[in-house]
Design a binder for this molecule. Structure first.
Ligand code: DX5
Ligand code: ZN
Length: 215
């Protein structure tokens, strides 16, 4: 089953609740929250209070993507604020095994994001512990960038690795996902699509979500 996780980064933050209602009505499965610290990525976005506020207005699972250095320091706070999925960047974690165990011990779903240039082999030993792998198909930091074409090959290799190990780990793709390229991304093996611009900048949010599922 294909799941859609709209990235709030492209929404109108002055009307956050309305934007969440739009994606709920449109059939979104998750809410993707991009947390940026100005260190791991060259941009600053939103954090714990916004996750807390979102938790109070929606039942959709909060898919929290931490693009921050030293995420271990903040995992408790995001868990308490109501994150359902906590995704850390592999490049930001020196002791990734420990970080993942910590997220799981809190009863949350654990995911690891890989930057475009990071090889999927870094996940070989911890893959059985993960609920989801996030393939970044742009360099993280900004919405509205173009899909990096080699990501498709990377998704295929990851899918092969997951199947060979007999797992059913979700494969999420984030960055430059559109109604035009979503078919090749899903055909490669991805089952969770993050989209910011393609959903929130569309005239009809519901139609965009449906097209991402059906195209
Ligand atoms: C990029 C973020 C993405 C971003 C996607 O650093 O992780 O979630 O908001 O935006 P689009 O879909 O516009 O590329
Ligand atoms: Zn993201």
């Amino acid at each position: 089953m294909i799941k859609i996780s709209p990235s709030l980064l492209a929404c109108n933050f002055a009307r956050l609740e309305e934007e969440v209602r739009k994606i709920e009505k449109g059939g979104a499965h998750y809410v993707h929250v991009d947390v940026m610290d100005g260190h791991f990525v060259p941009n600053i976005s939103i954090g714990i209070p916004v996750v807390d506020a979102l938790r109070k207005i929606t039942k959709l699972p909060l898919d929290v993507h931490l693009m921050i250095t030293d995420p271990d320091k903040y995992i408790d706070d995001f868990a308490k604020a109501g994150a359902d999925i906590i995704c850390v960047q592999q490049e930001a974690c020196i002791h990734l095994d420990r970080t993942i165990r910590y997220i799981k011990d809190l009863g949350k779903k654990a995911a690891v994001a890989l930057n475009p240039s990071t090889n999927i082999n870094v996940l070989e030993y911890i893959l059985p512990m993960l609920d989801m792998v996030l393939i970044m198909s742009v360099n993280p930091g900004f919405g509205g960038q173009s899909y990096i074409q080699y990501s498709t090959e990377k998704i295929k290799s990851l899918k092969k690795m997951i199947d060979t190990m007999g797992l059913n780990t979700d494969i999420q793709v984030d960055g430059g996902v559109t109604v035009e390229n979503c078919h090749e991304i899903k055909a490669a093996g991805a089952n969770v699509l993050v989209a910011g611009s393609a959903i929130f900048k569309a005239k009809d949010v519901k139609k965009a979500i449906q097209q991402l599922i059906e195209n």
